[in-house]
Design a protein around this ligand. Structure first.
Ligand code: DC
Length: 245
């Protein structure tokens, strides 16, 4: 089943240049929200690569596969069918045909996703799958290594960041009814950040040509406006060079 790759269903937009928009950044920086809004605005497909690591982590836990065993995890990925199905309220994530979306946000899966993502064999499979998914353009792909590794030639690269306290509080407020205390949510986020930034293979880092947006003091509308400005400027430049050619 090695030929199976994650499938993304989405709207198509024939005609016009369809870009690859790469959004990277740490947890809680607002990547998913921004990516979803941009995908809707440009009628692009939104690919949350974190969901792919989460779904693999979820399956590994279910199958009792040690999170330290990169070879077994990569083999598990190859035997899996991961689908992102767009819905107005956000992507649904299917694993081998079953909707597991609600299972992926638990603390256990969140932590495990960061652990499975350190393995080079796992990353190789993920990167390969993500490149196939985005090959036709017309995508907003968000994660940690999209601008550096998955699509180093992406037409638009955004690195979204925010102060750690703000990111921790935002994460806590996403699910205030949970039993977790704000301090423990913040501490977990810091630990995960540290692991994502310091791993040997494709650590979280801005691509040299990424535009940094620090959302610490920005509203969502302001972040969106800045991203749209960048994308529209890129589209205009492409249009001008096409007209001159
Ligand atoms: O974006 P997220 O919180 O759903 O990501 C979960 C974990 O997956 C994150 O801690 C690191 C990993 N990840 C990664 O290593 N590379 C990506 N492109 C996306 C996520």
């Amino acid at each position: 089943m090695g030929d199976r790759v994650p499938v993304v269903e989405g709207k198509s937009n024939p005609g016009g240049k369809r870009l690859v928009i790469a959004i990277d950044g740490p947890a809680g920086s607002g990547k998913s929200t921004l990516a979803a809004l941009l995908a809707r605005k440009y009628n692009y497909i939104n690919i949350e690569t974190g969901a792919m690591y989460r779904v693999l982590a979820f399956k590994a836990i279910e199958h009792g596969i040690p999170l330290e065993d990169g070879a077994k995890l990569a083999a598990l990925a190859q035997q899996s069918r991961i689908e992102l199905v767009p819905r107005p309220e956000g992507n649904r994530v299917l694993l081998d045909g079953a909707d597991v979306t609600e299972r992926l946000r638990s603390q256990e899966v969140t932590d495990a996703a960061s652990k499975v993502s350190v393995h080079p064999l796992v990353r190789e499979w993920m990167v390969d799958s993500q490149r196939k998914m985005g090959a036709g353009g017309g995508i907003v792909m968000e994660g940690r290594d999209i601008g550096t590794k998955v699509f180093p030639d992406a037409e638009v690269k955004i690195f979204l960041d925010a102060a750690p306290e703000i990111r921790g509080t935002r994460r806590f407020l996403e699910n205030p009814a949970s039993a977790a205390h704000e301090a423990s949510v913040v501490a977990e986020l810091h630990a995960r950040d540290q692991r994502d930034r310091t791993r040997a293979n494709s650590p979280l880092a801005p691509a040299p040509d990424a535009v940094l947006i620090d959302s610490t003091y920005l509203t969502l509308d302001q972040v969106l406006a800045r991203a749209v400005e960048l994308i529209d400027a890129r589209l205009s430049r492409i249009q001008r060079s096409e007209m001159q050619a």
